[in-house]
Design a protein around this ligand. Structure first.
Ligand code: FPP
Length: 240
């Protein structure tokens, strides 16, 4: 979608929070121990955003592929998401955070979906920081769902095929209210995109960081964002 941000410092950072399992295994602990440690890092990174000029933070919490994990791990993650929302909802609301969820809600537990809906409503007037949590999210699934809705509009005569251009599809994506990401970070040393914001990140900068997510501190986040700003400044310095 077109970038309507008034302030170019209003960065959109998206994060693939990878490495929780390895972090726990290195300590001889179950994988869920790593996910819980990862959740604490979410809060820390989130708190640091306004001071760094990051207005949009989008985090990959659970992918459409993550259902292939053991039933125990999936159940543990779902319960972690429920508890995180229950525990953090009022704190996030009070701090000016607007929370949105992207991904397909159909397969999620109804109680979790209710909590997600409630949190979106509770924070809908906030504007300090826009936190988007990708839950049962996969880019290909998102594009398929968007295309289905677009096709329905064409079939119903609400949209003419000749009017479909590259501005059209983004209006049907889960991220339709967000600017495109400026910077995508993946932790844990893996250099893959893993079906995350494929359409939206066409022009994003990427940073692949070796640190496992539960070790990713606010200080390291600050250094990565500072590197991004430096790249931007070099761009601006190129003589025209
Ligand atoms: C990837 O690490 C991480 C996940 C699939 C879950 C991400 C979830 C959190 C950080 C929990 C908190 C989130 C919220 C929104 C409260 P991995 O398990 O694939 O790690 P590995 O590659 O080392 O096995």
């Amino acid at each position: 979608m077109k970038d309507s941000r008034a302030n170019q410092d209003d960065l959109h950072v998206a994060i693939i929070m990878d490495g929780n399992g390895r972090w726990a295994q290195k300590r001889g602990k179950p994988r869920l121990f790593g996910h819980h440690a990862g959740a604490r890092r979410v809060s820390e990174v989130l708190e640091s955003c306004p001071g760094l000029g990051v207005k949009y933070l989008t985090i990959f919490a659970f992918s459409t592929e993550n259902w292939k994990r053991t039933q125990a791990e999936v159940a543990g993650l779902m319960s972690l998401f429920r508890r995180y929302i229950e525990k953090e909802a009022h704190r996030l609301a009070g701090k000016g955070v607007r929370v949105r969820f992207i991904g397909d809600r159909v397969r999620l537990d109804q109680k979790l979906v209710q909590l997600m809906d409630d949190l979106e409503v509770l924070t809908e007037n906030n504007d300090l920081l826009h936190l988007t949590i990708a839950l049962n999210y996969g880019s290909r699934d998102e594009v398929a769902r968007a295309t289905r809705r677009l096709a329905e509009d064409v079939a119903a005569g609400r949209l003419a095929p000749q009017d479909v251009d590259e501005e059209t599809l983004p209006r049907y994506l889960d991220t339709c209210l967000l600017p495109d990401p400026d910077l995508v970070i993946r932790t844990s040393g893996e250099a893959r995109i893993s079906n995350f914001l494929l359409w939206q990140s066409a022009y994003a900068e990427y940073e692949f960081i070796d640190t496992l997510w539960p070790d990713f501190t606010a200080e390291e986040f600050m250094r990565v964002v500072a590197r991004y700003h430096q790249r931007e400044r070099r761009f601006g310095a190129v003589p025209g």
